[in-house]
Design a protein around this ligand. Structure first.
Ligand code: ADP
Ligand code: ADP
Length: 238
């Protein structure tokens, strides 16, 4: 059974009297463990799709099923709970809390995920060591975000998204602010998350080269999916 199903999803923003169409009739599904990239020019609807799939914005029409559950049938509280328990987010601007160390940022993500679980779990220390090693941030965890480079901050943000073992990882332009070396580290980690940790990854990017790391690439234009192609499945410079 697919873990993500989008059926004829439409979204129109209302801005005063103006109606801004952002998504039209978007349908696709993603299998568990698959890595899907969504590419398209600015304004094509990628971020809107990301927010809808993450349960952060409601679709105007159509439906989104996550693990067989239709978002529209959940209350706000239930949707928040599901998001906390099942989805890990990575953003272009890292979104780390500035007053906490890298470790504090990772711990708080774990605590928030526990709020979404009926049965609380302990912070997975072996997983944290594994992720920190793969991401090259083991020696940086006691530093605050302003003491870390952009690349390090994004690698911390990836550890924060993966520490809760989310079944779905949603990444919105995760390499947008990074140099090639850090970009490849992030892409390889997302690849590992899908292939070895069996997490489903959906990554939005405007960079066609970055998208090649995915199993499948959806192309968007003017709010619609205009193409589906196979990716190479490896980061560009590996
Ligand atoms: P992308 O992520 O591909 O750049 P977006 O999803 O951000 O695309 O935008 C799709 C369309 O929706 C664009 O025309 C954009 O101007 C519009 N849009 C996005 N967010 C809003 C909003 N909050 N209010 C009104 N229009 C919006
Ligand atoms: P990376 O390759 O991880 O992006 P850089 O080569 O940019 O790292 O930086 C090397 C070191 O310099 C990093 O380990 C980081 O501690 C420090 N550094 C880089 N940028 C900043 C910054 N804006 N503020 C504080 N320290 C920084």
């Amino acid at each position: 059974m697919p873990i993500i199903v989008a059926q004829s999803v439409g979204k129109t923003y209302k801005s005063g009297k103006l109606q801004v169409p952002a998504l039209r009739n978007v349908s696709f599904s993603v299998e568990p463990g698959e890595f899907v990239a969504v590419v398209g020019p600015s304004g094509s609807g990628k971020s809107t799709l990301f927010y809808i799939l993450g349960g952060l914005t409601a679709a105007t029409s159509g439906s989104v099923l996550i693990d067989g559950t239709d978002f529209a049938r959940l209350s706000d509280a239930e949707r928040t709970k599901m998001r906390r328990a099942k989805i890990g987010f990575v953003f272009q601007r890292f979104n780390l809390l500035p007053t906490l160390s890298a470790m504090g940022n990772i711990e708080i993500a774990h605590d928030i995920a526990n709020l979404g679980r009926d049965k609380k779990i302990e912070l997975d220390k072996p997983l944290l060591e594994h992720l920190s090693g793969l991401l090259g941030i083991s020696g940086r965890l006691d530093h605050r975000p302003n003491e870390l480079s952009g690349g390090e901050q994004q690698r911390v943000a990836i550890a924060r998204a993966l520490i809760t073992r989310p079944s779905i990882v949603l990444a919105d332009e995760p390499t947008g602010n990074l140099d090639t070396k850090n970009s490849d580290a992030v892409l390889n980690m997302l690849r590992t998350s899908s292939r070895e940790l069996h997490q489903t990854v959906l990554m939005i990017t405007h960079n066609p080269e970055a998208a090649q790391v995915a199993d499948r690439i959806l192309t968007m234009r003017d709010g619609e999916i205009t193409g589906i192609a196979a990716g190479r499945g490896i980061a560009a410079t590996v």
